[in-house]
Ligand binder design. Structure first.
Ligand SMILES: Cc1cc2nc3c(=O)[nH]c(=O)nc-3n(C[C@H](O)[C@H](O)[C@H](O)COP(=O)(O)OP(=O)(O)OC[C@H]3O[C@@H](n4cnc5c(N)ncnc54)[C@H](O)[C@@H]3O)c2cc1C
Length: 481
């Protein structure tokens, strides 16, 4: 009989949650399993370059996710204590208030996350309380890898091949059958804050959004059901995943994966079932392949620690990065004069989402064409992305900027070619930049080439209603080698 406290972080679910399982077993029928979520004020402050650390879309999504977690726990007989404060301070208080015997949590990649864990460990030591932690969020667990974290290969293909040869992932754990939790009357459960109380302006819904992502395990599971089974889109994932416009071009699992309302092992188990019951093909394999990229960035973050966030990146490459605020603003606001970049940046600001193809292009443009410090881009993404995940974001930015794990050396995207390849009819650009809507498909990606007569014919004045390019694509690319 014991009183256990489960500290929820980016693992906002009751399924496939080992600390929750261990805590409920440990507490037994005579003890209690309490659950806690802290809205940490450090997550709602300003970043190094002055951006909001958590913008409106992710704030809304997070509040919804915590609300859903509370519902799920209540259904099992439990309760979620909610606080607006630092976990280390809150846990220290709760240890006394609830006579806690052990604290259970998932460990996470990222140095700030690690520092917070250390502060929680200290608080527990002071309270003479045992902690039980497990690794969170990846398909494969560190103990199932064929190498130590310090030996994770620097090249993804090497990592993937070793894993495919010698490692398998575990099945997801079911949620506990029930949770015993009797909160003493003196303990306030705590209301969920609104965005404003967290210092964030509530997001406005943009009519151009195709989907209003709803946070939480319930919505995450519904999306899994919808994408695999109801719409049967997994069978063509490999062919459609680079699309930018339609919701079902790719899985859109990332927002739920990022805050842990959906577990990658649950997705993998459903993919296996789909392979047995419908079809096993290149596409079903490729979704798991992408989840392995995600795992890889998590392990690389754990391996490299603070280097992931430093200007020289994982390779500690020193390059003459710029901090050009004017050009940075043009990029942020989608006013660079390159429609593919601008449409993607406007989608990000309006919805908190951008496709992988879009992210690679805008990242390449910021770093290789504008020569801007890649960390400014990474922080802007951190602020706006609904699916922000520290390891995936900073790992991908390292990669895009050429300071991370790219075996292919210095690469940049030819934005206009990418636009023609991935938006051949211009529908994506037209959707997000209605000012260009009347330009024919074969000319929409290079509007600066339109003559005055053509501009009049298509109803747009380049340089006034839509900007001329802020740099030449090919001249600018040498700036940062
Ligand atoms: C500069 C840059 C920044 C990024 N920042 C993030 C981030 O903060 N959070 C995030 O989840 N993804 C990030 N990504 C990766 C990728 O763009 C998104 O995971 C993907 O677009 C999400 O859409 P989806 O769920 O439909 O992906 P799908 O194509 O359906 O892929 C399925 C899942 O695989 C994982 N995945 C796919 N590609 C990648 C990748 N390159 N790296 C890591 N995981 C991947 C995601 O969890 C995704 O949900 C970033 C990519 C770039 C180039």
């Amino acid at each position: 009989m014991a009183n256990c406290l489960v500290w929820f972080r980016n693992d906002l679910r009751t399924h496939d949650h080992e600390p929750l399982r261990i805590a409920t077993e440990h507490a037994g029928s005579g003890g209690n399993t309490f659950a806690l979520y802290c809205f940490d004020p450090r997550q709602f402050g300003r970043s190094r370059f002055g951006f909001d650390r958590t913008g409106p879309h992710r704030t809304r999504f997070l509040i919804e996710s915590v609300a859903d977690l509370r519902d799920q726990l209540r259904r099992l007989g439990g309760e979620l204590i909610v606080r607006h404060g630092k976990p280390e301070e809150t846990i220290e208080q709760l240890i006394q208030e609830l006579s806690i015997d052990s604290v259970h949590y998932h460990r996470e990649p990222g140095t700030e996350e690690y520092d917070i864990e250390q502060a929680v460990e200290l608080a527990c030591q002071r309270g003479r309380v045992r902690t039980v932690h497990r690794w969170a969020g990846t398909l494969h667990l560190p103990e199932d890898l064929p190498f130590e974290i310090a030996q994770v290969p620097e090249i993804f293909t090497h990592y993937r091949k070793s894993i495919e040869k010698s490692s398998s992932h575990r099945d997801p754990l079911a949620a506990p059958d029930s949770i015993h939790c009797r909160l003493p009357e003196c303990c306030v459960v705590g209301d969920l804050p609104g965005a404003t109380e967290l210092g964030v302006e509530p997001p406005k819904f943009d009519e151009r959004s195709h989907r209003d992502y709803r946070g939480g395990q319930t919505a995450g599971m519904e999306r899994l059901q919808e994408y695999l089974w109801d719409r049967d889109r997994l069978r063509v994932y490999k062919q459609t995943r680079n699309g930018m416009l339609a919701v079902d071009d790719s899985s859109k699992f990332s927002p739920w994966l990022a805050n842990g309302s959906l577990s990658p092992r649950t997705i993998a188990a459903e993919v296996s079932r789909y392979e047995r019951e419908r079809v096993a093909n290149e596409s079903t394999y490729w979704l798991i392949f992408e989840l392995m990229w995600r795992d890889y960035f998590h392990f690389i973050a754990a391996k490299h620690g603070r280097h992931l966030f430093q200007i020289g990146g994982l390779q500690q490459t020193q390059l003459p990065w710029l901090r050009d605020v004017e050009r940075m603003d043009a990029w942020k606001q989608g006013r660079t004069g390159y429609p593919l970049v601008d449409a993607n940046m406007q989608e990000l600001a309006a919805t908190g989402f951008m496709s992988n193809r879009g992210r690679q292009n805008v990242g390449s443009f910021l770093t290789k064409n504008l020569g801007i410090d890649w960390r400014m881009g990474a922080e802007w993404f951190e602020s706006l992305l609904i699916d922000y995940d520290v390891a995936s974001n900073y790992g991908n930015w390292n990669y895009v900027a050429g300071v991370g794990n790219d075996a292919r050396g210095f690469r940049f995207f030819n934005i206009t070619k990418q636009a023609r390849d991935y938006d051949p009819d211009g529908d994506y650009v037209r959707h997000w930049l209605p000012v260009l809507a009347n330009i024919p498909s074969d000319r929409i990606h290079e509007p600066w080439k339109l003559s005055r007569e053509d501009q009049a014919r298509y109803g747009v004045q380049i340089g006034r209603e839509y900007p001329t390019p802020i740099v030449d694509l090919f001249v600018s690319v040498g700036a940062i080698k």
